[in-house]
Design a protein around this ligand. Structure first.
Ligand code: SF4
Length: 432
């Protein structure tokens, strides 16, 4: 979500005539977009902000802005701690910086800035469709920083994706903290399935993904849409967070591990070959060894294609911070994390090895260390030496090697079937 926010602000600044530079030293305007989901992320933000102080001291006319989840409703304390920061902006509140830049340029930015869609997008692009979250999980700071759930109207999202496709985008990932709750707050109450169906009809768009879902909102209608709509990739991220019912209750996750298992079963029944990923927190306040073992069992049994693991990190303001003791030691959290990661690594190794010798469809996204790279519909990263096709093309790759984290192969013989060629980005397209 932060990446998408940064792209949208960059788009607004570009429409005001600014362009990006490679080093902060060369910039007139520096924006630090912050994440505080865990203490380590927040520490990084503070470190970066501190290291930027000389840049401001050396050139006081340079604008330094802090954006994102580090900025809460009140900024007095932040302003005291970082007096050299000119502008503080909550997530997606671009106005204060645009006001300042507009003043410096002597223009009314509201008259100059149109769609915030990325001006120079990559082949794949994030599109936020629902902001905020209404759920208040006890460990999570996001609702305090991003506010209540607000969906963007269907038509606005469709128009933005059409624009991105004209600018060369082949794959969009529609985003939300609880993306499967999309539309519930809109007057006609469309849902994510309705939006996916409309996006599926956009000519030139090849693939659609959505991120991140919440088990409570994952309806059979959405699952069926993933199964039926050819452009929607068969990949669902469905965070479970814990495998024990008491821990889930203290986390304020409104489902049991049994209901979650049933949902996974239902998804796998409806979408053959679906790839599933999840998120798990270890060391939540009060989590006993036996409760942690239930998370381990769930991960071992459900065999996900990716598990994002994290050790519990106290976040001020949250319900867990206010009402629970962070009583699992750091060493124990690290041990549980390591063990869980190892179990998942072995699952991934076994799963990915079954792909060796098979052909997978890959969307070419770029080059890294002399190789082409892209992802399968199931979101596996694939590297291959020669593409025989350009960025944004779909190619079939024969998988020759697999590791837990990626696949390696070569473009399948006779694969001249480049189902798409990237549309040239024209000046006219950029103006649109
Ligand atoms: S659903 Fe996600 S964003 Fe919302 S409170 Fe829970 S963890 Fe945070």
């Amino acid at each position: 979500m932060n990446q998408a926010d940064s792209q949208r602000l960059a788009s607004a600044l570009e429409q005001l005539g600014l362009h990006s530079v490679d080093r902060p030293h060369d910039a007139d305007v520096i924006v630090l977009n912050s994440c505080v989901v865990r203490q380590s992320a927040e520490d990084k933000v503070v470190g970066n902000l501190t290291s930027m102080k000389p840049l401001k001291t050396n050139r006081p006319d340079r604008v330094l802005a802090l954006m994102g989840c580090k900025v809460g409703a009140k900024t007095d304390d932040l302003a005291k701690q970082f007096p050299y920061v000119d502008v503080f902006m909550r997530p997606q509140q671009y106005g204060p910086l645009l006001d300042l830049v507009g003043q410096r340029l002597g223009v009314d930015w509201e008259g100059c800035v149109g769609s915030l869609a990325a001006t120079h997008p990559d082949v794949t692009c994030y599109v936020p469709i629902i902001h905020g979250c209404d759920l208040m999980c006890s460990f999570c700071i996001i609702p305090y920083r991003r506010g209540r759930q607000v969906s963007r109207p269907l038509g606005e999202v469709v128009q933005e994706v059409e624009l991105l496709v004209r600018r060369g985008v082949k794959e969009v990932t529609v985003l939300g903290q609880t993306v499967d709750a999309y539309g519930h707050d809109l007057p006609e109450q469309p849902d994510l399935a309705d939006l996916l169906a409309l996006l599926n009809d956009i000519k030139g768009l090849e693939r659609i993904r959505f991120l991140t879902s919440h088990p409570s909102y994952m309806s059979q209608r959405i699952i069926q849409a993933v199964a039926d709509l050819p452009k929607v990739c068969e990949h669902i991220n469905l965070p479970v967070q814990a495998g024990d019912d008491q821990v889930l209750e203290r986390m304020r996750r409104p489902y049991t591990q049994g209901q979650y298992r049933e949902l996974i079963h239902q998804i796998r029944e409806t979408i053959p070959g679906v790839s599933l990923s999840t998120d798990v927190i270890v060391g939540f306040p009060g989590e006993t060894e036996a409760q942690y073992q239930r998370s381990l069992e769930l991960i071992s049994e459900l065999r996900f294609d990716k598990v994002h693991t994290a050790a519990y990190s106290q976040r001020p303001e949250t319900i867990a911070f206010r009402t629970m003791d962070d009583d699992v030691s750091q060493e124990e959290k690290a041990r549980r994390l390591k063990e869980l990661d190892l179990v998942q690594e072995n699952i991934l190794r076994e799963k990915n090895e079954t792909l060796v010798g098979q052909q997978v469809e890959v969307l070419i996204e770029g080059r890294k260390k002399g190789k082409w790279q892209g992802r399968t519909r199931s979101d596996k990263l694939v590297f291959f030496p020669d593409s025989g096709a350009g960025m944004g093309s779909l190619v079939d790759v024969l998988v020759e090697k697999a590791s837990p984290w990626s696949l390696q192969g070569s473009v399948a013989a006779g694969n001249t079937d480049q189902r798409t060629t990237p549309s040239p980005v024209t000046a006219e397209a950029l103006r649109r």
